[in-house]
Ligand binder design. Structure first.
Ligand SMILES: [Zn+2]
Length: 159
């Protein structure tokens, strides 16, 4: 038997699935794995999150988006709790999230960081790629180029 708190919790996770990362709009905060827990208290709800890295400039925007999404659905008393330990790792990103990244033309993070593992080209799948710049379109991404199809692409490197 599900009680009403479980039902609320489920609804809240569904709301979180619709909150997207401002830098990579195809990814939700759930895909990213930054929502660690949702607690339903009698008077308020608490969203426990871990930023992708501390000082991530997108986090303020994400906090605002989380509050807005909840308010639009009638949840007005929301507490956002930041949890820095354990630190976020790319392993927390869902497989669905990694697939969405590839479809969007961004190489998903490689466990343990790119070196010495090759970053595969999201366009043709080739492992013959080279790093052009540590910083791509945002601080969370590095710019790579594929030596087979010659397309440049972003690699999501938040760690
Ligand atoms: Zn390629």
């Amino acid at each position: 038997m599900e009680n009403s708190l479980d039902i609320s919790k489920q609804a809240l996770w569904q709301i979180m699935e619709r909150v997207s990362d401002p830098e990579i709009p195809v990814l939700s905060v759930v895909d990213l794995g930054i929502i660690r827990d949702i607690l339903v208290h009698p008077e308020w709800i608490e969203i426990v999150y871990t930023p992708t890295y501390s000082g991530c400039p997108a986090m303020d925007v994400i906090r605002g988006e989380i509050k807005k999404a909840l308010e639009e659905r009638g949840w007005h008393t929301v507490k956002l709790t930041q949890k820095l330990s354990p630190a976020w790792t790319t392993d927390w990103m869902t497989e669905e999230g990694k697939r969405k990244l590839r479809d969007f033309g961004i190489a998903p993070p490689v466990a343990g960081g790119p070196a010495p593992h090759p970053v595969s080209c999201p366009h043709c799948g080739s492992a013959r790629t080279e790093l052009l710049s540590q910083y791509g379109s945002t601080a969370c991404k590095a710019l790579y180029r594929c030596m087979d199809c010659l397309e440049p692409f972003d690699y999501f490197k938040c760690h």
